[in-house]
Design a protein. Structure first.
Length: 194
């Protein structure tokens, strides 16, 4: 039986005792002193039990609040630590990714330099071939300088250029405008010092 039930029972018993008692006057009754003291004693004891329960309940509530606050603080601390760990991991991951990107960029730069060097070497080889061909042509021209064949080749080429020019002018039906350079003749000269 709970303290509340005990208190209610004692109060009912007091009510029953008062209702069965003898009436002494209009405002007074006669009750058995021993019974009344016994009921008051029980009433007192029930009230103390209720007060103790209240204290225990209050202490339990306070203790529960402290426990909940402690658990809440622990959860917040754990969450904070996990957030810091996640942030640190993300920074480390980003650092690794940037290092990887730098490595790729360095490798790419090296490959570009190698390709560029290969192209430069190839161009140098081609230049050397062109120089050799040019020297060979100059040597052949030098051999032709003294011959009549060389001069006839030059004259023939000059005539071809002139014919193509006239043919071009006639083809498009343009009257020939006299230019300031018309009287100038294209002439190929031979540098005999080569």
């Amino acid at each position: 039986m709970s303290s509340q039930d005990k208190l209610e029972k004692v109060l009912r018993d007091i009510h029953v005792l008062i209702s069965r008692s003898e009436v002494h006057s209009k405002d007074r009754i006669i009750v058995n002193k021993q019974e009344m003291f016994g009921l008051i004693d029980r009433l007192n004891s029930s009230i103390y039990e209720i007060m103790e329960e209240y204290e225990l309940t209050k202490q339990s509530r306070d203790r529960a609040e402290r426990e909940h606050k402690k658990q809440g603080d622990k959860i917040i601390w754990d969450a904070s630590r996990k957030a810091e760990d996640i942030y640190a991991a993300s920074v480390m991951y980003t650092d690794e990714a940037l290092n990887h990107i730098q490595t790729i960029m360095e490798e790419t730069s090296e490959q570009i330099r190698e390709a560029q060097n290969a192209m430069i070497l190839d161009l140098e080889e081609k230049k050397q071939i062109v120089r050799e061909n040019q020297l060979e042509l100059k040597a052949q021209l030098q051999d032709l300088v003294d011959t009549e064949k060389y001069l006839s080749l030059i004259e023939e080429r000059n005539r071809e250029i002139e014919r193509e020019k006239r043919k071009h002018d006639r083809k498009f039906g343009q009257p020939k405008e006299k230019s300031q350079f018309e009287d100038v003749k294209t002439e190929i000269r031979i540098n005999r010092e080569y």
